[in-house]
Design a binder for this molecule. Structure first.
Ligand SMILES: [Zn+2]
Length: 121
């Protein structure tokens, strides 16, 4: 093997590794917070923008959603079990915080696929 061939192979391997890392990174980190009430999309918020949002669940249900430093968390609620408040903050694609009494679901979603589609068009 010539020296140039070895360099070429190394370059290809580095690019392949970088591509795999990028794909894994894209999968892990969602970038949208989707709030659903009673199975319907109620609000979509960007995960990278700090905000506090009050979710009106079914009936008198209220959940206080806080997005901070790239994490989404339910910090307060008026449901009887408070399980949603106890759940850990979420930031990964597909993770959810569920409040059964208020029928509220907070879900992390990734819009990276959509962005790729937009570039391709
Ligand atoms: Zn709850």
């Amino acid at each position: 093997m010539k020296r140039n061939d070895i360099i070429l192979i190394i370059v290809i391997l580095v690019f392949a590794a970088a591509g795999l890392l990028y794909m894994n990174f894209s999968k892990k980190n969602g970038d949208m917070v989707v709030v659903k009430v009673d199975g319907k999309v109620y609000k979509e918020l960007p995960l990278n923008k700090d905000t506090t949002f009050e979710i009106q669940g079914v009936g008198e249900g209220r959940n206080l959603l806080v997005i901070k430093d790239g994490h989404a968390d339910v910090v307060d609620a008026n449901c009887p079990d408070k399980l949603c408040v106890d759940q850990r903050q979420i930031d990964k694609d597909g993770e959810t915080i569920v409040c059964l009494p208020n029928k509220v679901v907070v879900e992390i979603e990734s819009s990276i696929e959509n962005e790729v589609d937009a570039v391709a068009q």
